[in-house]
Ligand binder design. Structure first.
Ligand SMILES: Cc1ncc(COP(=O)(O)O)c(C=O)c1O
Length: 447
């Protein structure tokens, strides 16, 4: 990108980059030297730029430098490696239900394959599934949307990927929760937009101060990303903050909202989910992100959906056609069975998570140096570990290497996650007990 070559980024950076590529393309050494002067913002991640194979000299796009990864996958890889070496590992790192996908959903996929659903489907999804999603949105959020606004994609993540691509470019700003799902900040940086954090506060149940958020809006702001119930905190945006934010947004009609509600069915203590879509004042600029991964234990199937404002439907349709053509056909039939079949499986899983939630919060609060809020949703506990005297990264590393307990350090969810560790309690109660007992023993000897 322009600034890596010594130019300031401008609205026309693409043109600048092209001309730079032309002028530098015959001087790989010169380009390499310039690159060495730049600072990698994420040490340890592979650099873009000039990549050398045995004979090849490849020049990748500079904005790849802004892409980050998800620590949960790196921790999963390390945990798997340690387990393969014979270590007894308890994985409280990766955020996925420990249940199998319910049988009736699996059967629907098998049937779809036997019935010959092997080809492409319409890009935004099969009509029956789009209709079922619209009906589900009405049932669970009380909001009427047209099936035409429903876009089926390969995983909830794709809706955020497309939404951020749609609004981010150099010179613009996008607000995102911090600590928050790491892909928000990564993708915002990738587009060249400026990531502006929405600070989540432990003493507010990991909600935000709406006036602080509104104070960060300006004419460059294009998108606000919200996530409730939240990863990694398990927090839920409190009603007052939500209402105040929506009221403030009414004076900013050109700012879109991406509402990541992938954990909307995982709420505890009889809480009702409050969707951003239910606010009629901003409904025509809310992109709703949801899916099947967490609700129906379908993380590996790769399917999710977005409900898009009508005005954006032609653009998201084009992005889907360019990126993935359509979502796996059999998976769409499985997703249809999930929405139209019995919801007992959802209740059963939620009840199990709820029990484990009480267990893990109680146990973590008994650890020296730990302080854990009770999460209101999702399946994550996010204890404050400052009292241990270690950084989140150090403690996360030691717990995996020394005790065989995989967790995710808070800083992998943004700078404001320092002092916290994420525990996924989508694991058996026995595993949770053993993991915390190991940590207690480790902390006792480490004091
Ligand atoms: C907040 C949040 N949004 C979106 C996703 C992506 O979900 P999917 O696996 O369906 O892509 C995740 C996954 O962990 C998440 O935590």
């Amino acid at each position: 990108m322009g600034w890596l070559m010594g130019f300031e980024p401008t609205a026309s950076w693409t043109t600048t980059r092209r001309s730079n590529q032309l002028s530098y393309s015959h001087h790989p050494k010169r380009l390499l030297n310039r690159r060495f002067c730049t600072i990698n913002p994420y040490p340890g991640q592979p650099r873009s730029g000039v990549l050398r194979g045995t004979r090849a000299v490849m020049k990748t796009a500079a904005n790849l430098d802004q892409l980050r990864s998800e620590t949960a996958f790196a921790v999963l890889a390390r945990a798997t490696e340690l387990a393969a070496q014979g270590r007894d590992i308890i994985n409280l790192g990766i955020g996925q239900p420990d249940f199998k996908t319910p049988d009736h959903i699996v059967d629907a996929a098998i049937k779809a394959l036997h019935d010959g659903h092997h080809g492409y489907t319409p890009a935004p999804g099969i009509p029956a599934l789009r209709e079922a999603v619209a009906a589900n949105v009405l049932a669970h959020r009380g909001v009427e949307v047209s099936p035409e606004q429903v876009m089926i994609v390969p995983g909830g993540k794709m809706t955020m990927f497309f939404a951020i691509l749609m609004f981010g470019q150099p010179g613009t700003e996008i607000l995102y929760p911090n600590p928050g799902f790491p892909i928000y900040e990564s993708m915002i940086g990738y587009t060249g937009a400026k990531p502006v954090p929405i600070a989540l506060h432990e003493d507010k149940g990991f909600s935000f101060d709406a006036d602080d958020v509104l104070a960060n809006l300006n004419e460059r702001t294009r998108l606000i990303i919200l996530n409730s119930p939240a990863n990694p905190t398990g927090g839920v945006i409190d009603d007052d903050a939500l209402e105040r934010l929506v009221e403030g947004l009414e004076t900013w009609p050109d700012i879109a909202v991406l509402s990541d509600e992938i954990y909307s069915r995982l709420l505890y203590d009889h809480r009702e989910h409050r969707s951003l879509l239910s606010f009629s004042a901003i409904r025509d600029r809310v992109i709703l992100l949801d899916g099947w991964s967490k609700t129906y234990a379908m993380t590996g199937w790769r399917i999710g959906y977005g409900v898009w404002p009508r005005a954006l439907v032609p653009m998201i349709d084009k992005l889907i056609v360019n990126a993935n053509s359509c979502t796996n056909a059999a998976t769409q039939y499985a997703a249809l069975a999930a929405l139209t079949g019995s919801q007992d499986c959802v209740d059963t899983m939620r009840r199990a998570f709820d029990e484990r939630r009480s267990l893990i919060v109680e146990l973590l609060n008994g650890l020296p140096g730990f302080r854990c809020q009770t999460p209101l949703g999702a399946f994550y506990a996010f204890p404050n570990i400052e009292g241990t005297g270690r950084t989140a990264r150090e403690l996360g590393h030691d717990l995996l290497e020394e005790c065989g307990v995989a967790t995710i350090h808070g800083t992998s969810f943004g700078a404001m996650g320092e002092g916290f560790l994420r525990f996924s309690y989508a694991a058996s109660s026995d595993d949770i007990r053993t993991a915390v007992a190991r940590i207690a023993e480790f902390l006792e000897h480490a004091q």
